[in-house]
Design a protein around this ligand. Structure first.
Ligand SMILES: NC(=O)c1ccc[n+]([C@@H]2O[C@H](COP(=O)([O-])OP(=O)(O)OC[C@H]3O[C@@H](n4cnc5c(N)ncnc54)[C@H](OP(=O)(O)O)[C@@H]3O)[C@@H](O)[C@H]2O)c1
Length: 280
């Protein structure tokens, strides 16, 4: 598996497996175990997904040693006060059945983010976390966090797909050596028309791939790591099989032009999304 070198030297797989909305214990554990056996080496979960115990079970069932898996979780913003954050971390470690994590993220830039970041720094400097990062952060929020703290986030995990490419954000992130990891790289199924256009279908046919594979290949070729989720084996295999071909410069340009700068999930910078988040 190709990897991205993070700003602290740790290697993060370019393609990983997302587990959002996998709340059924059996289905989640099975999907994680199978994904690992199929070749995935990065598993993405979060305290807020309510499935860390099932993800941990899936990792054990896979039979692949923990050391070969890059495991990410996230702290929910209601747990950002220092004691709550420590408790959340202890809980995640217990549920996942591990004594270390490869990457821990602040899930959203709301609440006492500074306090939570300093707790993450403690665990990182003590060696419990191999890397720490953030999610859903805008450039100004990254700059603020970096300026007043010790550790520069290694990753910003943010919605990124063909209609929401985040190119300006990526330029700022590369200035600070923060890796870009795309969540909802297939748009979470909310804008499947992006896979139906004539241009993307022609590119897919030319490479003997599906439009979804073209979308994932496009992101990885832009240097963006992806974590697509699927409970279907065929789709998981498809999503993993994107590094055995390259898109041409003109194909890349056609796909760049599909950007509508349109978040499908909602961005933290959208006041309506922020108001809604406060009800969670
Ligand atoms: N940090 C954050 O705030 C945040 C927010 C959202 C997500 N995430 C993370 O990012 C991961 C990925 O994002 P996501 O799950 O929201 O969306 P996604 O991966 O873009 O899309 C998942 C959806 O696409 C379908 N799908 C998957 N592969 C497909 C294929 N090859 N062809 C057609 N349909 C396909 C899946 O259906 P089936 O499962 O039925 O196959 C599911 O409905 C999450 O699982 C989670 O780990 C993070």
């Amino acid at each position: 598996m190709e990897t991205i070198k993070l700003n602290n030297g740790a290697e993060m797989p370019l393609v990983g497996f997302g587990t959002y909305q996998m709340t059924d214990a059996k289905e989640c554990a099975e999907a994680v175990a199978k994904a690992i056996r199929e070749g995935y080496r990065l598993i993405d979960t979060a305290q807020a997904y309510g499935n860390e115990a099932y993800v941990g079970e899936g990792i054990r069932q896979s039979g692949v040693p923990r050391a070969e898996i890059f495991l990410t979780t996230k702290v929910w913003f209601r747990s950002y006060e220092p004691e709550d954050c420590r408790k959340s971390i202890k809980d995640s470690l217990e549920k996942l059945g591990t004594d270390y994590l490869d990457l821990v993220l602040l899930h959203w830039p709301f609440g006492n983010t500074y306090a939570a970041w300093r707790v993450l720094e403690e665990f990182y400097l003590a060696g419990t976390f191999r890397a720490i990062g953030v999610s859903n952060y805008a450039p100004s929020q990254l700059i603020d966090l970096i300026h007043f703290n010790k550790v520069v986030p290694a990753v910003n995990q943010i919605e990124t797909n063909l209609v929401c490419q985040q190119r300006e954000l990526r330029e700022w992130m590369s200035k600070y050596k923060i890796a870009h990891q795309a969540y909802a790289p297939l748009g979470q199924g909310r804008a499947n028309e992006m896979f139906a256009g004539e241009n993307i279908r022609a590119i897919a046919t030319a490479h003997g791939k599906t439009p979804q594979q073209i979308a994932l290949r496009f992101l990885t070729q832009e240097g963006v790591a992806v974590i697509p989720k699927s409970v279907h084996e065929e789709r998981r295999r498809e999503n993993l099989s994107i590094l055995d071909f390259s898109l041409t410069d003109s194909e890349m340009e056609i796909l760049r032009n599909m950007d509508e700068n349109r978040p499908l999930i909602g961005s933290a910078q959208d006041p309506l999304k922020a108001e809604f988040a406060m009800t969670w």
